[in-house]
Design a protein around this ligand. Structure first.
Ligand code: FAD
Length: 505
């Protein structure tokens, strides 16, 4: 359930000043040497978005990063994961090329992950360079070190290179310290037999047999990627279905597709540990009552069980910033912490742990501190994209959630099997499902949610996201033209049929 970990749960909070008082006494006084309008701690998507947007608004901005600007997303998250998924996709395409009359001789296509890794790194380096140029072009002062927030909006930066300290003060501070991979007891990460996303994204050989633990977004992306690359994959998920949070029809479609590709999916199972022997390891799993009932021998265990927020990372000694028992920094709906003038954004707060949500929150915090009173962001309607094969994309309520929330709903589902472009590209698995509220006239009215699974749906979500967030009705959307032949025609068709008339459906 980690990818939905943003759902708020009762908070057992603690004040930083109470729990870290002894650390306060240990710190050396350092004179303030730098002042800014805004200091951002953490240079991942949430932090660098706040820095770039703040600078674009004319603020003098300092950005503190202890590792690499770009954070998880650029270096060990979205970008490398999607890059390697693309390698898997190319391999899949080449394997199916003969159906188009395109020959590869008698030889099975192969993959050289050393080359793939070089390509991946090339993409990362290019993006990192661009980001550095953007920051310097906007005169953002980048501090290379660990930032710790103390009283009076002061951030002590301990340099990574020489260990020296700089005291930076600002009118406002944004905390964007992100998250790190989570693991579970009995599965210590050794980088060889047990890895997290951090290590998996640098592999140079395709493992023969893999157990992926966790069937959320990241786990399903990895299971899909490794299967396409040639690994025998076992996917173990504790919940009754993979992809919790997705519409049930979408999750079922992915599961069916995984089954066809011989990905061995087990849901409703807990893992209890693993026993290494002779370069491989045996993972035990089973029901909660008997979590060691079954065993699978694998060459690699991939932990994909969510991410820990790094709420404690920036010290916070002597401040009124509150970190909850799960490690999230507590904020209100304006992303303000308990310390006046201090905001928190991105994975370190309990909102969807997604890079684009971090971008939006970084920009929101800047607008709020500028006194622009932006409308609060709604975590329930953000766009979600999962880059497995088949891809998944959605915005807004699932059919089940809409009914549970008391809406009377009407649903339209259309399959890619009848879509011309899907047939042309040779990828007809999947569907588009539109969930609409029944209006006072008894007809389908406002669009509450759109759920897509199938070819390139991550690139088709845009108009569905706008429809949900603009609170468009079925009639509003049906009045517009979809280009032909496109995959996105299916969304238009699904909406059109909710008007009571349809074309191809
Ligand atoms: P981070 O990216 O974690 O950045 C935080 C930064 O703060 C880090 O660079 C860290 O070094 C720095 N830091 C921490 N403490 C301090 C300190 N005290 N002083 C100075 N610096 C500090 N999201 C998507 O939207 N789409 C995807 O397709 C997607 N795919 C993913 C795939 C994988 C395998 C993973 C792991 C994640 C994926 N995500 C995806 C999630 C996405 O990467 C995160 O939501 C995003 O990186 C969060 O941004 P952030 O800025 O809040 O935190």
């Amino acid at each position: 359930a980690a990818w939905r970990s943003w759902r708020r749960s009762p908070c057992r909070c603690r004040w930083r000043a109470e729990t870290t008082g002894t650390r306060a006494a240990e710190s050396e006084p350092v004179p303030v040497t730098q002042r800014h309008d805004l200091v951002v701690v953490g240079g991942g998507p949430a932090g660098y978005a706040a820095a770039l947007y703040g600078a674009a608004a004319g603020l003098d901005v300092g950005l503190v990063e202890e590792h690499r600007i770009g954070g998880t997303c650029l270096h060990v998250g979205c970008i490398p994961a999607k890059e390697l998924l693309e390698t898997a996709s190319v391999l899949r395409t080449v394997r199916g090329a003969s159906a188009f009359g395109v020959g590869t001789g008698d030889a099975e296509p192969t993959v050289d992950l050393v080359v793939s890794q070089q390509r991946k790194q090339g993409v990362i380096d290019q993006l990192a360079k661009g980001l550095g140029s953007l920051l310097s072009g906007r005169n953002v002062t980048v501090y290379d070190g660990t930032g710790r927030l103390g009283v009076d909006h002061t951030v002590t930066v301990q340099s990574r290179s020489d260990g020296g300290s700089t005291l930076v003060q600002a009118d406002h501070v944004i905390l964007a310290t992100g998250s790190s991979p989570r693991t579970i007891g009995g599965f210590e990460v050794d980088g060889e037999l047990v890895v997290t996303s951090d290590e998996l994204l640098s592999i140079t050989e395709v493992p023969g047999r893999v157990a992926v633990i966790g069937g959320g977004a990241i786990g399903c992306e990895f299971a899909s990627m490794l299967s396409d690359l040639g690994s025998a994959v076992t996917l173990l998920e504790a919940l009754p279905e993979i992809l919790v949070g997705c519409d049930a029809d979408v999750a079922k479609t992915v599961r069916r597709s995984f089954r066809k590709r011989r990905i061995d999916v087990h849901t409703g199972v807990s893992v209890s540990g693993h026993e290494p022997a002779a370069g491989a390891t045996t993972v035990s799993y089973g029901s909660e009552a008997d979590p060691a009932a079954e065993q699978v021998e694998v060459d690699l265990v991939v932990m994909a069980v969510g991410r820990w927020p790094r709420g404690d990372s920036a010290g916070l000694v002597g401040t009124r910033v509150v970190v909850d028992d799960r490690g999230f920094i507590q904020v209100d709906d304006r992303l303000r912490t308990g310390e006046p003038g201090v905001y928190a954004v991105g994975d370190v707060i309990s909102t969807p742990q997604l890079a684009h949500v971090g971008f939006a929150e970084g920009m929101f915090a800047v607008r709020d501190l500028l006194g622009e009173s932006p409308a609060p962001l709604d975590p329930e309607t953000v766009p979600w994209c999962i880059y497995s094969h088949p891809e998944v994309a959605f915005a807004g309520m699932t059919e089940e959630a809409a009914r549970a929330a008391g809406h009377e709903v009407v649903v339209s589902s259309h399959r890619f099997a009848g879509n011309g472009r899907a047939m042309i590209v040779g990828d007809t698995e999947g569907l588009v499902k539109v969930v609409a509220e029944v209006g006072p006239d008894g007809r389908a009215g406002r669009i509450l949610g759109v759920h897509l699974v199938g070819p390139w749906v991550t690139e088709q979500l845009g108009q569905a996201y706008l429809a949900v967030n603009w609170e468009a009705t079925v009639d509003d959307v049906a009045a517009h033209i979809q280009p032909h032949p496109t995959l996105s025609e299916l969304f238009g068709e699904a909406v059109l049929s909710l008007t009571g008339r349809s074309l191809h459906g």
